[in-house]
Ligand binder design. Structure first.
Ligand SMILES: Nc1nc2c(c(=O)[nH]1)N[C@H]1C(S)=C(S)[C@@H](COP(=O)(O)O)O[C@H]1N2
Ligand SMILES: [Mo]
Length: 226
């Protein structure tokens, strides 16, 4: 399978993100996603609530906007559309258009609801048949393979269902970096032309990988697993 435009394959699957997040490593925690916003009452998606939703396994790729891709990642968890139907949609009160995500490390991102309801979008709690390790976003991660990595929040703890993005605060003041949809096939890397963003980002990959790896190794040894 050829990679999407402007992407190259990495043999490894590095820990990655904006520099500011390299040292923000949350404590291991039980799986718990709080859903609020346009709902008659907040919904908690924890292991008990998710037990009623069918589990699925999926092999998919992760495409980071900085041009690297990790391929053949074996996730398991729940299809987001199934979680939506079973646990969230019954409590809707308004015109849901957007999902605003919050993570335990302070990361935030957003996606149009329609994009998040795609067939290949998961809430994943395992990787390669093991509980999702902390290093890749445990205990729960949003997996949206058709969207760049920054729309795949790790350690996701909060989901706000919204009519618009009035309450959304991007993680970076650099507006060019955040595309509201960020679809990989359309090369929606950000608000500047894709060719320019490729050129800007690609030279930063190796040093970012090193920075994230060093921050991880600097953690207390006992905290390094899960
Ligand atoms: N909570 C959280 N989620 C995040 C990030 C982050 O820093 N924090 N970085 C994003 C980016 S830019 C990418 S490319 C992927 C990297 O996932 P990985 O660290 O599992 O490789 O996570 C995305 N989700
Ligand atoms: Mo990324």
């Amino acid at each position: 399978m050829p990679l999407p435009p402007g992407q190259h394959r990495r043999a490894d699957f590095p820990r990655f993100g904006l520099d500011a997040y390299a040292h923000r490593i949350p404590e291991p925690a039980p799986l718990r996603l709080e859903v609020d916003g346009q709902l008659a009452r907040p919904v908690v998606a924890d292991v008990a609530a998710l037990a009623g939703v069918p589990r699925v396994e999926q092999v998919s790729d992760l495409h980071c906007v900085t041009t690297w891709s990790a391929t053949g990642l074996r996730w398991a968890g729940w299809r987001f559309c199934d979680v939506w139907e079973a646990l969230i949609a019954p409590h809707l009160t308004g015109e849901a258009q957007w999902l605003l995500f919050g993570s335990a490390d302070g990361f935030r991102t957003r996606l149009p609801l329609d994009d998040a309801l795609g067939d290949d979008v998961l809430l994943a709690d395992t990787l390669d048949g093991e509980p999702l390790p902390l290093i890749h976003g445990g205990p729960l991660r949003f997996v949206a393979p058709a969207h760049y990595g920054y729309k795949n929040p790790k350690h996701v703890t909060r989901l706000t269902v919204a009519e618009d993005c009035a309450g959304y605060r991007p993680v970076t003041p650099l507006r060019f970096m955040e595309h509201p949809r960020a679809r990989v096939h359309a090369e929606e890397r950000g608000r500047w032309p894709a060719w320019l963003l490729r050129r800007l980002y690609r030279p930063l990959v190796d040093r970012t990988v090193r920075r994230f790896a060093a921050a991880w190794s600097a953690r207390a040894p006992g905290q390094r697993s899960r």
